[in-house]
Design a binder for this molecule. Sequence first.
Ligand SMILES: [Zn+2]
Ligand SMILES: [Zn+2]
Ligand SMILES: [Zn+2]
Length: 170
Amino acid sequence: MLRLAVATNGINFVRILVGEARTSPAVLSGGQMEVCYHCKVPKDLSEFGTRIGVKSGHQSWCKVCSKECAREHYRKLKIECFEHYGGVICVCCKETEICFLSLDHENNDGSERRRLDSGRQKGKGGNFFYRWLKKNGYPDMGLRVLCHNCNHGRFINGGICPHQDLSRKG
Ligand SMILES: [Zn+2]
Ligand SMILES: [Zn+2]
Ligand SMILES: [Zn+2]
């Protein structure tokens, strides 16, 4: 039966069977299935986010697809912000992979970082800071683009990235 599911519905369906069977008895007892509008995979209703104001009561995209979309949106927002603060490149090591990049304070005061962290704690998500910047017209507050590597390197090296601290070399 499982092999048949593999052949007809692919990996996603198997993951539901294997992963959800333990947690959701609704699947085993023939729980309601819905085809995701985006990936076209039939999934249990628990795989869809709820949506108030529509007849079905849930979203037409499954949670996985919605997340993917949000990530793409987040990426665009990040690129937009970075372009206002020097471009999509680490000012220190010239890393250009956006996944590794984030905005950093030149003056190291960290107050905006704390604001970002508190936003995250309130469940506003990682893009809270980027959204805030956009909303405020990208204010000049000593921000620059730095990769996580250099950010961390600077943190453990007393404010100077080991890349820049040439005196430590040799
Ligand atoms: Zn989907
Ligand atoms: Zn770097
Ligand atoms: Zn560096």
